[in-house]
Design a protein around this ligand. Structure first.
Ligand SMILES: *[C@@H]1O[C@H](CO)[C@@H](O)[C@H](O)[C@H]1NC(C)=O
Ligand SMILES: *[C@@H]1O[C@H](CO)[C@@H](O)[C@H](O)[C@H]1NC(C)=O
Ligand SMILES: *[C@@H]1O[C@H](CO)[C@@H](O)[C@H](O)[C@H]1NC(C)=O
Length: 287
């Protein structure tokens, strides 16, 4: 028997609805002062991010707007001071002062270190001195530039022989999740899957490795050929345990829609959810 390989690759992108990219958090009110922060939920390195802090002072006048990342102050707007705005050095935070003001802060050249919890704190002048705050997370996601690779492919296999393959994802942050499919059926058997530790690269990037091991049988060639496929998925929404609450707060339909889109080929906007696969088609010809 002769086995012929036909490598096929396909890069699929999915765009999450803009609703998924914005994450709002309304703080408790304090003396009528209401603060609402809105930051992009996901960004990719090199982009800019606009953070907004909306507030209603009622009859009070503003004393200060302060921004913190993971409890470290990086920007302050105090209308009675000169200059009105000050920025403080915080790792991963590069404020574009010309675009930042009383309710907007623009961060430029975002990196993986920019990920974090952003808090806006607003305080009022005398006599109320009331203050209120609101916070939201922004995660910086680095999509893989490379497709997953299948290695360990022999040039010939016999029925009854063991097939032993590895799938290695492209470098990303967070790590990609890998799945193997044989003839479109996802392999879930723990004896067939070998989990290797992820490989750490520079700049916090990671590649995942998943092994596949099984005995070749005639059953695998029901349609005359067998298709082995490795799918790498990067799903920040599903990846973060603490993101679940946000996903669940969206209408279920929205989420399903996003997941269904995994198989469509989209272009345009920022790809925040990537899925790529790399398949081997093994065709058997009986001679
Ligand atoms: C604001 O001031 C106006 C007029 O002084 C007053 O009628 C109103 O009740 C005040 N609002 C609040 C929330 O204190
Ligand atoms: C921010 O500043 C602009 C102009 O300087 C002003 O019109 C606006 O009311 C201010 N917004 C708040 C929330 O203080
Ligand atoms: C798969 O990768 C692991 C870890 O790098 C390695 O030890 C193993 O030999 C590889 N197996 C194959 C079939 O290439």
């Amino acid at each position: 028997m002769k086995i012929i390989f036909n490598m096929k690759e396909l890069r699929l992108w999915i765009i999450l609805h803009v609703v998924l990219l914005r994450c709002f958090h309304v703080s408790g009110t304090n003396g009528g002062l209401v603060v609402r922060v809105s930051v992009p939920q996901y960004r990719i390195p090199g982009e800019i991010a606009q953070l907004r802090c909306d507030y209603n002072l009622g009859n009070d006048s503003l004393y200060a707007v302060k921004w913190y990342k993971d409890h470290e102050e990086f920007y302050r707007f105090v209308p009675k001071q000169r200059p009105e705005t000050i920025s403080y050095s915080v790792e991963g935070v590069d404020v574009d002062m010309s675009l930042s003001n009383n309710n907007t802060v623009v961060l430029r050249s975002i990196s993986l270190k920019t990920s974090g919890l952003f808090r806006c704190e607003v305080s009022a002048e005398a006599p109320s001195f009331s203050s209120a705050q609101s916070e939201a997370r922004m995660d910086v996601v680095s999509l893989p530039k490379e497709d997953p690779q299948i290695t360990g492919v022999e040039t010939e296999y016999q029925i009854g022989e063991e097939v032993n393959l590895n799938c290695t994802s492209g470098r990303s942050h967070p790590a990609s999740i890998l799945h193997w499919y044989i003839n479109e059926q996802q392999i879930v058997s723990p004896t067939a899957l070998i989990h290797y530790p992820p490989v750490q690269h520079k700049h916090g990037l990671v590649s995942s490795i998943l092994g596949l091991r099984f005995i070749l049988t005639a059953r695998h060639f029901m349609g005359g050929s067998m298709k082995i496929k490795c799918v790498a998925t990067l799903s920040p929404v599903l990846w973060r345990g603490d993101r679940e609450s946000i996903v669940q707060s969206l209408p279920v339909k929205q989420m399903r829609e996003a997941l269904l889109l995994v198989r469509s080929d989209s272009s345009g906007n920022q790809p925040y959810y990537a899925s790529t696969f790399f398949a081997i088609i093994i065709s058997m010809f009986f001679t």
